[in-house]
Design a protein around this ligand. Structure first.
Ligand code: ADP
Ligand code: UDP
Length: 234
């Protein structure tokens, strides 16, 4: 497979075309942003952690019947993926109150939710990824009802698989964001699953092992990513 010209440079990854029209190459950077790009920095080694972690997680999810964009890991930062049309929804699942949920609803961070929740944001940087519901998504033509049903089913299945996967490494999955895409008419999991997109807390000490260390200037950012890498045996 030949790497051709760059299609897109995002905040955390570069995306390249290849000689196969169905395949892209993603290249994970160490760049970090938060608060819709207002805070910028570098987390040394992050790209390597996020690339490997996403690939291991996606292969595990495939085995559990969740289709993903994963094709082949090409290097420590580069992976071949199926080229999808991204559904412009950020799908957020929460098991424990944190972040914007805690702030908006006045629920203390760390409060266990009675059931896992799902919410959608409209993936639109100019608008700051606003919170929407499935009726908005339908009304705006972002996805069909059938696609929303599939996405919802897969998202909860991803949660079940990830909770167990992280628990084995003594980490609690607080919440996470995933994205889906359309590939030849099918909905498949795309983008990434990493400490950039998940909140992971140590089960015993509740120490944060994710991007909140960067967002909130908690220090030990690189160490947290390396700790996740080590605990998951990546
Ligand atoms: P952002 O665009 O939010 O800054 P990234 O830096 O992670 O994010 O850029 C990666 C971009 O590639 C994202 O917009 C993401 O939706 C998109 N993407 C992820 N996986 C695929 C895929 N398999 N096919 C096409 N686009 C993808
Ligand atoms: N998240 C993400 N990208 C975003 C927004 C959120 O990966 O653009 C993840 C975030 O890492 C967390 C979850 O989604 O694991 C829920 O985030 P929340 O809505 O609490 O937003 P935040 O507090 O990060 O603004």
């Amino acid at each position: 497979m030949k790497k051709l010209e760059q299609l897109y440079e995002g905040k955390a990854k570069k995306v390249f075309l290849t000689d196969d029209p169905d395949v892209l190459i993603v290249d994970y950077k160490d760049d970090a942003t938060a608060f819709n790009g207002l805070k910028k920095g570098t987390i040394s080694g992050k790209g390597v952690v996020n690339n490997r972690m996403t690939n291991i997680v996606f292969q595990m999810l495939e085995k559990k019947g969740i289709p993903t964009h994963y094709v082949e890991e090409l290097s420590d930062r580069e992976t071949a993926v199926k080229k999808v049309e991204i559904v412009p929804l950020e799908v957020i699942i929460r098991n424990v109150a944190a972040g914007s949920f805690s702030k908006k609803l006045g629920v203390e961070e760390g409060t266990k939710l009675l059931t896992p929740t799902l919410e959608f944001s409209y993936k639109n940087d100019e608008l700051g990824d606003p919170f929407i519901n499935s009726y908005y998504a339908l009304a705006l033509g972002l996805a069909t009802q059938e696609e929303i049903d599939t996405i919802t089913k897969y998202a909860f299945a991803v949660n079940d698989a990830l909770k167990e996967y992280f628990a084995q490494a003594n980490m609690e999955l607080i919440d996470f964001k995933i994205e889906f895409g359309r590939f030849h008419g099918q909905i498949i999991l795309a983008d990434e699953v990493s400490p950039d997109t998940c909140r992971l807390w140590d089960m015993d000490t509740h120490e944060k092992l994710d991007k909140d260390r960067f967002r909130r200037d908690l220090g030990g950012v690189e160490d947290a990513y390396q700790e996740v890498f080590k605990r998951l045996g990546l």
